[in-house]
Design a protein around this ligand. Structure first.
Ligand code: NAD
Length: 547
């Protein structure tokens, strides 16, 4: 391929996509509502995509609306080991030309995708995310539109910065870094809860010149289908991202035994990631390269309040941080430590406001919450609530109801636990259930120790305090307890380019999605040294005879 440009290019400076508010009477509200209506009248076929071609299998998974489980949005064609092999071959075939394309052409494709999403594709991705994943208009907008646009724009800027990072050259030589893609294919495996994260998992490696096999979550396959269509519209060449649907373990088994596996880009639960990492160990002799393993996983995210905290700010952070998108954010607050001097007022505020929260069909814009994703999640949350209701040491302060007659509805729930180490304080439930522990207001230091040691995760967390010394102490004592730490703010809502996201311990490899740190993992640098006037005699001067 001929190089078309001799300039040393600078990428456009990225900026965050403004969030539209969908207020009554706004044009965006009318457009989105129209697309929600038309999408619900269709029942589409959702094929796999291999080498740019749509592939059907006839092995159907029905993609339903979590809030109206009898309504099927699409028929998803699930793949087998054979389909995976075809996708890996397509990725290999596309690798040569994609890796050789000038980097600015790759940048243009993803900048175009960002602008298409900011414009004509916004309603497609927002509506499919609302219906398929039960997100409200606002939750879909900040995810499927804004965060994904931000990922694509910022990643392009970060790629430019990586490529401009070059070594020093001593006199007589020129040292260069060639940021090659990895050799082989990247296996991108995505969770159900964010359309943006799901799309970023295959596209961040693709932007860096890799080719990818993407396995979305079956419960996100509806919006994943529209994401693939958008990438196609943006001009992504065939075979760069190949999409295979199916049950995780079945596809995972084949993918992780493939000799050309060059990397894993995963977001999902710690249990799945542990399994994948184990498989890589088992298959290590098989691979041509040591695969890069990047995984962002679970959380048991905390809010700790100091006796000086504002009750209003704390209660609002708990309500938004724990219940938006039904608590199905890896960053959602799910354990809260409240000092005894504030508990009475916080409890009253939470009980009143939880009672006001509207939950239901997300196409009704009056609702603050939709349904949880599937029957498995519904069962898990129902069991946790039964445990809280029937065991000593728990009190349900607000909520606590479940109802799956129409959809998987779990009401926003505040539980109080007498035991700071109870299961509800330790384990990730990934639903609209927040557990509080009331500590003696004089025991702030002890409670920080408790926060740090209670759960195996270290994803997000926050301190609420007016007292600056308390903030300083919390920052220091909780330094390793969260990869994203908030002061007087809820622990959710990280913005690309502003709060790079990821945690350590059992929350993942902390490669910070949507940051330069993540993109670096998708390059395998080659160092080149060119010498201008090479020596022509092997003997060094010290070897000359004295005299
Ligand atoms: P999950 O682990 O059940 O599934 C994630 C993906 O892995 C799905 O595509 C699934 O099909 C696939 N999978 C499952 N078993 C597999 C296997 N054996 N081999 C290969 N693939 C397999 O997670 P989920 O329920 O979709 O998502 C929720 C989880 O994701 C929560 O734990 C949440 O905290 C986490 N999450 C973390 C972040 C973060 O940035 N840290 C962001 C979003 C979600």
């Amino acid at each position: 391929m001929a190089i078309s440009n001799f300039s040393i290019l600078r990428t456009p400076e990225a900026h965050n996509e403004p969030v539209k508010d969908y207020a009554p009477g706004s044009p965006e509200r009318a457009r989105l509502q129209a697309r929600l209506r038309s999408m619900q009248e269709e029942r589409i076929d959702i094929p796999m995509v291999v080498g740019g071609k749509e592939v059907t299998s006839g092995d159907i998974y029905e993609a339903v609306m979590p809030h109206k489980t009898k309504h099927v949005l699409g028929d998803v064609h699930q793949g087998s080991a054979e389909h995976f092999e075809q996708a890996a071959t397509a990725a290999r075939e596309a690798h040569r030309s994609w890796a050789a394309l000038p980097w600015e052409a790759r940048a243009s494709i993803f900048l175009r995708a960002a602008d298409l999403l900011a414009g004509p594709w916004r309603d497609e991705l927002n509506a499919s995310t609302m219906l398929g994943q039960s997100k409200t208009a606002h939750q879909a907008e900040i995810d499927a539109a804004c965060e994904l646009i931000d990922f694509w724009r910022y990643n392009v800027e970060y790629m430019g910065r990586i490529y401009s990072e070059q070594p020093r050259s001593a006199p007589g030589m020129w040292n260069q870094m060639d940021y090659r893609p990895l050799e082989g294919f990247v296996f991108a495996v995505s969770p159900f809860n964010f359309t943006s994260i799901a799309a970023n998992l295959p596209t961040a490696p693709a932007l860096m010149g890799n080719t990818v096999v993407w396995k979305p979550s079956l419960t996100q396959s509806f919006s994943a289908h529209f994401t693939m269509k958008l990438l196609e519209a943006a001009g992504l060449p065939d075979g760069v991202v190949n999409m295979i649907h199916g049950a995780g373990p079945e596809i995972g088994e084949v993918a992780l035994a493939h000799q050309d596996l060059s990397g894993i880009h995963f977001t999902g639960s710690s249990a799945t990631f542990n399994w994948m990492w184990g498989k890589v160990g088992e298959n290590i002799e098989t691979y041509r390269n040591y695969p890069r393993i990047v995984g962002e996983t679970g959380g048991k995210d905390f809010i700790v309040a100091h006796p000086s905290a504002s009750v209003d700010a704390l209660a609002t952070a708990i309500l938004r941080g724990s219940f938006e998108y039904q608590g199905q954010k890896c960053s959602a607050a799910s354990r809260v430590y409240v000092p005894s001097n504030l508990w009475g007022a916080v409890r009253e505020r939470l009980a009143d406001q939880v009672g006001e929260i509207k939950m239901g069909d997300v196409a009704d814009f009056g609702n603050f919450m939709g349904a949880v994703i599937d029957d498995r999640a519904f069962k898990k949350h129902s069991e946790a609530l039964s445990e809280a209701r029937s065991s000593d040491g728990f009190e349900i302060v607000a909520g606590g109801e479940v109802d799956d007659a129409e959809g998987y509805f779990v009401s926003p729930t505040v539980v109080r636990s007498d035991d700071p180490n109870s299961r509800l304080m330790r384990e990730e439930l990934f639903g609209p259930i927040v557990t509080t522990y009331v500590y003696n207001e004089g025991d702030f230091e002890e409670v920080l120790e408790l926060v740090d040691t209670t759960s195996p995760y270290a994803l997000t967390g926050g301190i609420f305090a007016a007292d600056e010394e308390a903030v300083v102490m919390a920052k220091e004592r909780l330094r390793f307890s969260a990869g994203n730490f908030y002061v007087n703010d809820k622990p959710t809502g990280a913005v690309v380019g502003q709060q790079p996201f990821g945690g350590a311990r059992k929350s993942g490899t902390n490669d910070k999605a949507g940051s330069i740190w993540n993109l670096i993992r998708w390059a395998s640098p080659r160092t080149i040294k060119e010498t201008f006037a090479p020596p022509t005699d092997y003997k060094y001067p010290y070897m000359q005879p004295d005299g």
